[in-house]
Design a protein around this ligand. Structure first.
Ligand code: PMP
Ligand code: GLN
Length: 375
């Protein structure tokens, strides 16, 4: 296994002096008062030594309040909430806890790169169900057909990285019904929960029959623009949280003590902060999508996340990986080839993903650099 595509492309951006629209991290930090809260915690001696294994009580309480405020869901902060080292550790610990060797795990491809690695580390068998352009809707018949007696779990991600698809309530209800009928667990990666432009974010765990079978995962990295802090969390039934916690204690044990205090405050910010995230990103999405279409890309405008998937076939070459390796040298812009997120690389060969969590002038600079691309 080599380096991740994100590390590879960010290194290429630095080496070539390119505008980096590859790896998904914002180019402006989150709220100043939250950075100040982390500073205060460090200097005030809070969290500088190992925090409690499940996370500090203040953060677990704030996560529980967030789930109630936004979704009307009740979780006991002591037994049904677990703080993790980012969503990455939450997904890893959940899969390692719940998947036995030989179990099948269904995931919609293209999928976030750590999923394949974690399913493999758990000894599971990855069963992809493909989301196809232009709309990248989940094919519910294909999903049903993918379930076998060996299926243990469906790994969901909505809003979906890299396509920007936001699963509708009807789609998620159908998935939930299938999970209940076939007695499957669901791990729902909801890190982009506050980045939705069309439709609504429906937590999988809120649907009938799902409370007891869903491990929900989210992360402060996305919602508060502090991706380097790596504060994530799980909400689930006490039984599922106990299973995930048992694994988590041997992955990182604990992490990010002072940052946990800061994120506990962040989660209590007024509603306007959370609704403002999508309002800000919507304008950036529209700017980048319009410019990319103008430059000759086929653009699949996302309903959520801060990524847009495009198709590069009209630029002659039909290989997104090659296109992404060349573009930094040709135009000084870095992006990510979606092919690496598919088991079936043909399904995503011509797709390329751009991140728009950047300042408007940076997006404009990238677009200006791509004006000279030849269709
Ligand atoms: N899941 C998805 C779908 C992601 O895009 C990301 C990356 N940002 C993660 C999980 C990882 O989140 P974190 O940085 O909190 O580990
Ligand atoms: N989630 C981010 C993305 O999709 C990257 C995270 C990482 O570099 N592992 O771009």
């Amino acid at each position: 296994m080599g380096t991740t595509i994100f590390a590879e492309m960010s290194a290429l951006a630095v080496a070539t002096g390119s505008v980096n629209l590859g790896q998904g991290f914002p180019d402006t930090d989150g709220p100043h008062e939250i950075a100040r809260a982390a500073d205060d915690a460090i200097l005030g001696g809070r969290g500088n030594q190992y925090p409690p294994g499940p996370g500090i009580p203040e953060l677990r309480q704030a996560i529980a309040r967030h789930q109630r405020r936004w979704y009307g869901l009740d979780f006991d902060p002591d037994t049904e909430v677990l703080v993790t080292a980012g969503a990455t550790e939450a997904v890893a610990a959940a899969l390692l806890a719940l998947v036995e060797p030989g179990d099948e795990v269904i995931a919609f491809e293209p999928y976030y790169d750590s999923y394949a690695a974690c399913i493999a580390m758990a000894g599971g068998v990855r069963v992809p169900v493909t989301l196809r352009p232009p709309a990248f809707r989940p094919d519910l018949d294909a999903l049903r057909a993918a379930v076998t007696p060996r299926t243990r779990l469906i790994l969901l991600n909505s809003p979906h990285n890299p396509t920007g698809s936001v699963f509708t309530r009807a789609e998620l209800t159908a998935i939930a019904e299938l999970a209940c009928e076939r007695d499957l667990l669901v791990v729902a990666d909801e890190v982009y929960e506050h980045m939705v432009y069309t439709g609504e974010h429906v937590p999988a765990g809120s649907l009938p029959g799902m409370r007891e079978r869903t491990v929900s995962v989210s992360s402060a990295g996305k919602t508060f623009s502090f991706t380097g802090w790596k504060i994530g969390w799980v909400t689930a039934s006490a039984e599922l949280v106990a299973a995930v916690r048992a694994v988590k204690q041997f992955l990182t044990f604990v992490s990010g003590g002072p940052f946990q205090y800061a994120i506990a405050e962040a989660l209590q910010m007024p509603d306007a902060y959370f609704t403002g995230i999508s309002a800000d990103l919507r304008g950036k999405r529209d700017l980048l999508c319009a410019g990319l279409s103008q430059a000759g890309f086929v653009v699949y405008p996302p309903d959520g996340t801060y990524f847009v998937t495009t198709d590069i076939s009209q630029f002659g070459g039909a290989d997104g990986v090659e296109f992404c390796r060349n573009l930094p040298h040709q135009a000084g812009v870095v992006e990510i080839p979606n092919a690496v997120f598919y088991d079936d690389p043909d399904a995503g060969r011509t797709q390329v993903r751009f991140a728009f969590c950047k300042r408007p002038e940076v997006l404009q600079d990238a677009l200006a650099r791509m004006e000279k691309l030849q269709c």
